[in-house]
Every structure is written in structure tokens, then in C-alpha cells.
Design a protein around this ligand. Structure first.
Ligand SMILES: C[S@@+](CC[C@H](N)C(=O)[O-])C[C@H]1O[C@@H](n2cnc3c(N)ncnc32)[C@H](O)[C@@H]1O
Length: 324
């Protein structure tokens, strides 16, 4: 349990018959002491791996009908909206969700106010605070959302936590405008809404996609379906489980955050693993914020790396694997 978990428990009613635990694996044990029906949903596969498989639900909508829900506040308002919509269904439900004060905004109360008749904020404790919402409005969920992107002529589908939602990220657009990939077997690493994967699949390539986020993997599959292309998407972190020389290319707009913290660790780990996982001569295509020192790292860890395109914000590079 962390400080946010402790704060949530302080605010919790003594009794509940069904509890939803959202993105908060540290609270599962306590939930099992209170209720016979405990349902856990985690967006990040690394959180899900901390929880007994039997307690995990497959889809956020499987949380519907609980009378108490605990959560860690997500980064995006859209993610909070989907969580609040998913736990509706019972005659009454109380949702207690906490986070670090510096990551909280008034808009979070407004999002909860759409789904509940009452919302208040607890007093701060050790730089954390919880929001408590009750009185479900029972609005039907409108997740996932879809939008047609005219530039690419692709429909993009997103869940609440999906990076960039149904929009085409500006860095991703620069990458796709300049991409020339040799296949057939290509991985979209960190697939988000699946726009890169769908774009590659439309070119006739064999496309695999992976992401740590459930919302991303679900969105990737739904984007592929909406565009009538085949993509094999996996909910997993990193690429360490691939066999040597398995892939002809990796295409990525890689992560630069872990939750609310700026962090390139996952990206650098993936770059390090790429030399083994790509066949000799295979390519890693990557777009990143131009201030990041990735080019030198890619030169050193994958192979010769050249800049393919650059604008004021982003750089697109391709690295050729020289083998070990
Ligand atoms: C910058 S977003 C790009 C999303 C999408 N490809 C696009 O271009 O819009 C990076 C994605 O990487 C995912 N991610 C973060 N860490 C990861 C890891 N260790 N393994 C796989 N995916 C990861 C994030 O969930 C996020 O969806």
C-alpha cells in the first residue's frame, strides 16, 4: 500500500458487497477482507501481473454493478471518464479515487460530476488527496470512441487511457509521412490507438503491435477492425520475449512517460533489445522529441542511424541493425 491507498481506505465506508479496484493493486488484499465480490481492473499490464488472475476482469465494463470502487486517479480526464462510466449500474455506488495533489485539477471533479450527483474532495494528506463521488447518474458508456482521420483516410478508435485519443499525434504524422518499411514482419512498439499498425497493415505487411496499456491494445484491435485490416496486438511490456532476429522492422513513437513522470527507461530498454530482435539489416524507425539524445544512443546500440525528417518539434530516424 502507498500513501494514496492509505488515504482511500481512511475515506471508505465500513461495508460493501461488491468492490471494484481500479489501477490500485495495493488495495486488493483489503478489498478481499471487506467484500465477497472483488473485481480488479488495471490498465498497465505490470500492475495486472501483481494481482491474482481470478480477480481480474477482462473489460472495464465488467465492473458495472459494484457498490464501492477504489482507484488511483489516471493521468487523463478521458481515462477518468471511462472509469466513472464503467462502474455505474448499481442503485448506489461510491467511487473513491486518489492521487498526488500536484497531478490533480478541478476538471477531475467536473468529470466525476457528470457521472455522479455528488462529488467532494478529502483534505490533503502527505501531498495526496482523494475525490469521493456518489449517487450514480447511470449514463450509458460511450467508450470506445472513433473518429475518421481525413489525412490518412483511417478511422482511429480510442479508449479513455489511449495516448492521443482518436487524434493523430503530430510526431506520428511526421513518422508516417516519411516511412518506407521493408517487411514482411513488422512490429508497432507502443501501439496506442493503433494508427501506425493500421497504416502498416494497409500496406500489406504482417503487423504485430504491443503496448503495456490495456486501453491501447483494445484500441489497436478496434482501429484495425474499423479499417478492415489484420493486426496481431499483445498486452505486454517491452520486446524481450521475441526470439533472435524475429522481426524485419520495428516502427515506433516510443513512450517518454511512466504514468505522470517523464521517463525514457522503457524506450532505452527497447532500443537495447532491438539489435537482438531485428534480423541483420532490419530497421528501427522512430520519431521523438528533437531535444532527446536518442540518435547517439541508437547509433551505439542498434546501428548506423540517419535522420529522415525533422520539424520544429520532432525528429524521425531510421537505424539499421548491424547484428551483434
Ligand atoms: C507516445 S505513445 C505512441 C502511441 C501510438 N503509437 C501513436 O503513435 O499515437 C507510446 C505508447 O507506448 C506505450 N508503452 C509505454 N511503455 C511501454 C512498454 N514498456 N512496452 C510497450 N509499450 C509501452 C504507451 O502505453 C503508449 O501507448
Amino acid at each position: 500500500m502507498d500513501q494514496i491507498d492509505e488515504l482511500i481506505l481512511r475515506e471508505t465506508p465500513d461495508q460493501a458487497s461488491a468492490i471494484a479496484v481500479i489501477d490500485a493493486p495495493g488495495l486488493v488484499e483489503r478489498a478481499l477482507e471487506i467484500a465477497a465480490d472483488v473485481r480488479v481492473w488495471c490498465d498497465d499490464v505490470r500492475d495486472a501481473e501483481l494481482v491474482d488472475e481470478d480477480l481480474l476482469v477482462e473489460h472495464p465494463e465488467d465492473l458495472a454493478g459494484v457498490d464501492l470502487a477504489w482507484g488511483h486517479l489516471p493521468k487523463s480526464l478521458a481515462a477518468l471518464d471511462q472509469q466513472a462510466a464503467s462502474i455505474q449500474g448499481a442503485q448506489d455506488v461510491t467511487f473513491i479515487t486518489g492521487g498526488r495533489v500536484k497531478h490533480m485539477s478541478k476538471s477531475m471533479n467536473e468529470v466525476l460530476g457528470k457521472h455522479f450527483t455528488a462529488v467532494n474532495a478529502t483534505r490533503g494528506h502527505k501531498k495526496s488527496r482523494a475525490l469521493r463521488a456518489w449517487g450514480p447518474a447511470n449514463l450509458p458508456t460511450d467508450w470506445p470512441k472513433a473518429r475518421h482521420n481525413e489525412v490518412l483516410d483511417l478511422t482511429i478508435v480510442a479508449h479513455g487511457s489511449t495516448f492521443s485519443g482518436t487524434k493523430l499525434d503530430a510526431g506520428t504524422r511526421l513518422l508516417l509521412d516519411n516511412l518506407a518499411v521493408d517487411g514482411p514482419r513488422v512490429l508497432d512498439f507502443g501501439s496506442g490507438n493503433g494508427v501506425i499498425a493500421a497504416f502498416l497493415a494497409r500496406l500489406g505487411l504482417e503487423v504485430e503491435a504491443r503496448d503495456v496499456s490495456w486501453s491501447a491494445v483494445a484500441a489497436t484491435l478496434e482501429t484495425a477492425k474499423a479499417n478492415d485490416v489484420d493486426v496481431h496486438a499483445t498486452w505486454v511490456a517491452g520486446i524481450d520475449d521475441y526470439a533472435d532476429a524475429a522481426l524485419d522492422a520495428i516502427v515506433t513513437n516510443p513512450p517518454f512517460h511512466q504514468g505522470t513522470t517523464k521517463d525514457s527507461t522503457d524506450t532505452l530498454d527497447m532500443f537495447r533489445a532491438a539489435r537482438r530482435v531485428l534480423r541483420p539489416g532490419g530497421q528501427l524507425w522512430c520519431v521523438y522529441n528533437s531535444h532527446l539524445p536518442y540518435r547517439r544512443f541508437l547509433n551505439e546500440h542498434v546501428g548506423p542511424t540517419r535522420v529522415v525528417a525533422q520539424d520544429r518539434a520532432y525528429t524521425v530516424v531510421v537505424s539499421e541493425n548491424q547484428g551483434s
